[in-house]
Design a protein. Structure first.
Length: 150
C-alpha cells in the first residue's frame, strides 16, 4: 500500500455514536436548558460583582508583576463598582419575557427566566435611557442619510 493512500480507520460502533448527547451550539435557557432564542441584560449580583473585582485585581497584579522595571509602573482606573456591569440572561421561546421588557436592564435579583410572574419576570427593570437629541453634525448630512429621510 502507498503511504499517501488513505487507510480505512476503525469505524465507531453505533452505541458510541448514540451515547453522545446533543449539545446546543450556543447559549441555553436558564430555566430549562433548551437552546436560547432571546436574551436581555441584568445587573450583577453581589457574588458576581465580587468575583468580577477579584479577577480584575488578579489581572492587575499580574500586569504589575510582568511590567518592565525600567518603565513607569502601569496605572489602572478604579476597580469596578457594578454600576456599569451587566450579565446576559438567555431564554427559550417558552420562558422569554416581553420584547419591551428585554430592552431594559433588569435588577440583579431578577429571577427570570422562570414560570412565575408576569411574562416570567418578577422585578422592576431600570427605566429606559432618555432619548438624546441628534448631534449638530447630523444636520450636515444629506436628508437620505438621516432616519425618516427620503
Amino acid at each position: 500500500m502507498d503511504a499517501l493512500t488513505p487507510q480505512p480507520g476503525p469505524t465507531p460502533s453505533p452505541a458510541v455514536e448514540a451515547a453522545a448527547p446533543a449539545t446546543p451550539g450556543g447559549p441555553v435557557c436558564g430555566a430549562c436548558g433548551e437552546a436560547a432564542v432571546v436574551n436581555w441584560r441584568r445587573r450583577l449580583t453581589g457574588d458576581e460583582l465580587a468575583e468580577h473585582v477579584r479577577l480584575e485585581q488578579e489581572r492587575r497584579e499580574q500586569a504589575l508583576l510582568l511590567a518592565d522595571s525600567q518603565l513607569p509602573s502601569p496605572t489602572f482606573p478604579p476597580l469596578p463598582d457594578g454600576t456599569g456591569d451587566t450579565r446576559s440572561v438567555y431564554a427559550c421561546g417558552r420562558h422569554a419575557i416581553t420584547m419591551d421588557g428585554a430592552a431594559l436592564i433588569h435588577a440583579a435579583g431578577c429571577t427570570a427566566p422562570n414560570e412565575v410572574g408576569e411574562h416570567g419576570c418578577d422585578c422592576t427593570p431600570e427605566p429606559a435611557p432618555k432619548a438624546t437629541p441628534e448631534p449638530e453634525a447630523a444636520l450636515a448630512l444629506p436628508d437620505h442619510w438621516l432616519t425618516g429621510g427620503d
